[in-house]
Design a protein around this ligand. Structure first.
Ligand code: SF4
Ligand code: SF4
Length: 718
């Protein structure tokens, strides 16, 4: 079906706030993976010795914290488009920023700059499935939002309000300032589409969301009515990352960027392609340096800008941004077009988009080349093969934001972000850095003698904005010599700037000989055990829950049991024959299921399930409404209410209706009535001659109903 159905706002509020209240996992993210702020992380790393009792909202470095290993304050905050975010870490525009609950999960795990999934005028796409393959590196044939433009707007407003509600509930216990998040819009793909009135309406709705916010605030359930009057943000974003097609000519990219900054009135980041490396260098790095066998077709380079064309375009767009008082930056990088290996993604797709480890090297190489031309005056957003180990490296390069997609699709899912911030805290502590600027200065020894006042000045300077039009031109030394009123600030900023360039050169060079990015180190697919999944029972590894970016899979508990398998056959003479077969034994208490409304059949849970068949295909699939269950007749699954349960097994539809003790079981060609206490003996029966009624289905429908409806925390039960 591959069709996403957003979940009602009020029900999401209920689930998130109740689970926060309960003190356990929230949306199946384990409590210990919720990130509350940098000091909590330090405490976890070092114990109570390292941390003071409270964290100031904007910690300032002090002389006492300069010594390596004696960090007692920690600030991960950065600025983008002049606004503060509590960490530079975020999800890239993709599967993790499609539905409201995805964004909540990211927030809980410490992500703070959200690149919302790309929207475009063609909002009824038929995306081939499966569409994601991260068995080794990453491939996808994904595209833009799978929701209608109007639904996307609603999901993003819902998400923003949910984050604010979670923070305001005080159950999250965030450190002061760690609630600050940013949304960055992403639009595609050509100027005509972006100018379309429906895309413009989406943008208008994001820039002024008052109407949607006011409507949704009334949907906050009475249980939390004291939160209905929160001053929810109504300007959801001030910037757009422009996503163009692979092969989009530079003239079109430039026209769109000018339109966004000049007419729409937003800051703009242009996402650039790894093909800027040029065919010779891109293939050399991919094959000769890293050892990958993937083929980059000539067509990948055919219409993309060359590096020199891109530099000329950036120079012109910088001027255009200054002229209209907007911020401008670039993003490295888009995915890399390669020939589809054809062993997982649909063979009909000739091309696939490569991400992960090799893209990290290709994109970082481009960052270095780009900075050789522009210094660090053009802000760079980065997304390419980010993981726990290299996230701090990207931060030390002064890249904002640093976003991730492929790695969050691996076991642990959103919870992996917790590890990124552990690593950042450790690396900062190791060099005695208390904020990102200090870390930049010290990460690779660029300025081990930075004074406290320098660091403080850098910190203040950076907080004043980096991509915010005029203000950004004051913050960067190589564009601020005449505009900065404060020579010491300029000097400090100059040192940070020099450190960014130093770190970039060192890091980009090191990647070319780092074995962790080679094909040999990224060739091992997840282990399969060779057994076939069934409706009940499995290896019970629980991987399918966190690897789903949409939170579509869930665990439920079914009592261990043995079900009689009884079949009643209506004979031609009107009599009934009873056949009893070997019972169905359900051995495991924990079972796994799928919520169909959130499953777009991307295939990712199949990749990591040790058994074959795909959890999203084989495990019980629950639809959120009767209409969806009726619509997708090609898919087995269930729709459950207290009185009525609908089920489809191998394409055949069954109904269980219950009023009091009277149970009616209907199926193809039969209808049986029972008293609940005797489900082996029909009170009345009607069936066509020769029809067999399998009572196993009756038992399964009842058990699923009772189990799902008694569990307060799954979408099918809400
Ligand atoms: S349940 Fe599986 S196939 Fe469906 S969206 Fe989640 S990961 Fe993808
Ligand atoms: S369905 Fe697969 S991934 Fe999910 S718990 Fe069972 S064995 Fe693990």
């Amino acid at each position: 079906m591959a069709h996403l159905i957003p979940y009602p706002f009020g029900k999401l509020v209920t689930r998130v706030l109740r689970e926060l209240d309960a003190g356990g996992a929230v949306l199946d993210l384990p409590r210990e993976k919720i990130v509350r702020g940098p000091l909590s992380m330090l405490r976890a790393l070092d114990g109570p010795r390292a941390a003071p009792s409270s964290n100031p909202p904007h910690p300032q470095p002090s002389a006492s914290t300069e010594a390596v290993g004696a960090v007692s304050t920690l600030d991960w905050s950065v600025h983008m488009h002049g606004a503060r975010a509590a960490t530079p870490l975020g999800p890239a525009a993709g599967p993790h920023t499609q539905l409201a609950q995805n964004i909540v999960l990211g927030y809980l795990a410490g992500l703070r700059i959200f690149e919302l999934k790309t929207v475009q005028i063609m909002d009824e796409l038929a995306i081939p499935r499966p569409c994601i393959d991260v068995r080794t590196v990453g491939y996808n044939v994904e595209w833009s939002q799978e929701l209608k433009l109007e639904q996307s707007l609603e999901e993003y407003v819902k998400a923003s309000m949910l984050l604010e509600l979670a923070a305001a509930s005080e159950k999250l216990e965030l450190e002061p300032g760690f609630d600050e998040f940013l949304f960055d819009m992403s639009v595609g793909y050509d100027l005509a589409g972006i100018r379309h009135e429906r895309v413009q309406a989406f943008l208008d709705g994001m820039l002024d969301a008052r109407a949607t916010v006011d409507r949704l605030r009334r949907e906050i359930p009475a249980e939390w009515k004291h939160l209905r009057e929160l001053p929810f943000r109504t300007k959801l974003s001030s910037g757009i990352t422009l996503s163009t097609f692979h092969g989009c000519p530079p003239g079109e990219i430039e026209s769109i960027s000018r339109h966004l900054m000049g007419k729409v009135g937003v800051h703009c980041i242009v996402k650039l392609n790894p093909t800027l490396n040029g065919p010779v260098e891109a293939r050399r790095i991919l094959k000769d340096v890293l050892g990958y066998g993937q083929t980059i077709p000539d067509s990948a380079f055919a219409n993309d800008p060359t590096f020199d064309e891109a530099c000329a375009m950036v120079t012109r767009l910088e001027s255009a941004a200054r002229a209209c008082g907007r911020g401008f930056g670039v993003k490295f990088s888009n995915t890399l077009v390669v020939e589809n290996p054809g062993d997982f993604l649909p063979k009909a797709e000739k091309l696939a988009y490569l991400s992960g480890a090799p893209l990290h090297v290709l994109a970082t190489t481009l960052v270095r080349r780009f900075r050789d031309v522009f210094g660090d005056r053009v802000p760079i957003s980065f997304s390419a093969g980010i993981d726990r180990k290299n996230f701090p490296d990207a931060v030390a390069l002064g890249l904002v934001p640093v976003t991730v997609c492929t790695d969050l699709l691996r076991p642990g899912g959103y919870a992996r972000a917790h590890g990124y911030l552990v690593e950042l805290a450790q690396r900062m502590r190791d060099v005695g850095a208390t904020n990102i600027e200090e870390f930049t200065l010290r990460a690779h020894g660029a300025a081990t003698t930075t004074s406290a006042s320098d660091a403080k000045a850098n910190s203040t300077d950076a907080r004043q904005g980096s991509t915010d039009g005029e203000r950004s031109s004051k913050s960067a030394p190589n564009r601020s010599a005449t505009s900065s009123p404060d020579a010491s600030t300029a000097s400090s900023a100059s040192r940070v700037s020099a450190a960014r360039l130093h770190n970039t050169r060192l890091y980009a060079t090191s990647l070319l000989t780092n074995p962790r990015y080679t094909a040999a180190q990224n060739a091992k697919p997840p282990k399969k055990v060779g057994t076939l999944l069934e409706l009940f029972d499995c290896v019970s590894c629980d991987k399918c829950v966190p690897v789903c970016p949409n939170h579509a899979n869930f665990r439920y508990t079914l009592p261990k049991t043995t079900l009689p398998v009884v079949k009643l056959v209506r004979e031609r003479d009107g009599s009934w024959t009873r056949r009893e077969l070997a019972p169905l034994v359900i051995e495991e208490q924990h079972q796994w299921a799928n919520f169909a409304d959130f499953c777009n059949e991307c295939g990712n849970c199949d990749v990591f399930c040790p058994e074959d068949g795909g959890p999203y295909i084989v495990k019980p699939r629950f639809f959120g409404s009767r209409s969806q269950w009726e619509r997708w007749t090609s898919h087995d699954g269930f729709f459950v209410t207290r009185e009525l349960v609908l089920g489809r097994f191998e394409g055949r539809a069954y109904e269980l209706e219950q009023h009091g003790a009277r149970v009616t079981f209907r199926g193809p060609g039969f209808e049986l009535e029972f008293n609940e206490s005797r489900l082996d003996l029909p009170l009345s029966a009607r069936a066509d001659a020769g029809v067999e009624a399998d009572l196993t289905h009756l038992h399964i429908l009842r058990w699923l109903r009772d189990t799902v409806l008694s569990a307060p925390t799954n979408y099918a039960a809400s």
